[in-house]
Design a protein around this ligand. Structure first.
Ligand SMILES: [Zn+2]
Length: 252
């Protein structure tokens, strides 16, 4: 068991949101009850995840995708009202961490994805910010582009879209979970054989083909399923919480 404020302070020390220029507030987004015994973690603070948390009588939710994104209508109406109302009526604290959760060197989405794909991390992808976003690294053994697609499918239980950038094998790779297909040119600049992210845009294909880099669109949700779970398990051990990660499937 722990207190709301103690948990917030611990998370801010662990994830260091002050190092990131983010698109949404990181930390406690919706205040709930004071004492936290049961924690539910998940990828996105959807109504389905909130309903599952209510079912478990959870005191707090920890997610990667919270609310109040830059540029969105800030009014609490419609879908957003229903979500926030359900949280408040049930006293559930909503903790959300976006880029800081992608980037944590052990518990983050990128580190967790690397571990599942057998990649050794040896640097950052976008190093222009205070804290790097995305990573570069290497596979123990080079393989073909298709073999790597097959191992991503096995690891994430979801078939990736592979855009071949040529006939070269895959050894050095870059990756950034979620909707980071726009970083493909940063991967090209790093001279890697392949780039992995969650989504694909029309132009991603052309960049992969013309710059000679294999591209894997492995699922926004599928690539970001592991950070919130890892932090939830970490908090469970640290504060003796009841914790459950709930995966609300998403084909995107
Ligand atoms: Zn995301």
């Amino acid at each position: 068991m722990t207190g709301r404020q103690a948990l917030l302070e611990y998370l801010n020390t662990l994830l260091q949101p002050e190092l990131f220029r983010d698109y949404a507030p990181n930390g406690l987004q919706v205040e709930g009850r004071q004492e936290i015994r049961t924690l539910v973690s998940g990828v996105s603070a959807t109504k389905a995840l909130i309903d599952a948390a209510i079912e478990l009588d959870a005191d707090a939710l920890f997610v990667h995708h919270g609310y109040f994104w830059r540029g969105e209508d800030p009014s609490l109406t419609g879908m957003k009202y229903q979500r926030v109302r359900a949280l408040i009526e049930n006293g559930i604290n909503l903790f959300a961490y976006h880029l800081p959760l992608d980037a944590h060197s052990e518990l983050g989405n990128n580190a967790q994805l690397a571990a599942r794909l057998g990649i050794t991390v040896d640097g950052g992808l976008d190093t222009s910010e205070k804290h790097p976003i995305g990573n570069v690294g290497y596979l123990q053994h080079a393989c073909t582009a298709q073999q790597f697609a097959d191992s991503i499918k096995t690891a994430l239980n979801r078939k990736p879209i592979l855009v071949s950038g040529g006939t070269h094998p895959v050894k050095r790779v870059a990756w950034c979970t979620g909707g980071a297909q726009g970083y493909i040119e940063k991967a090209v600049a790093q001279g890697v054989d392949a780039y992995i992210s969650g989504e694909i845009s029309e132009q991603t294909t052309h960049i992969a083909r013309e710059c000679g880099i294999h591209y894997y669109s492995a699922g926004h949700h599928a690539t970001e399923r592991y950070g919130a779970k890892a932090v939830g398990e970490h908090l469970e051990a640290k504060f003796q919480l009841n914790h459950k990660f709930i995966d609300i499937g998403n084909p995107a």
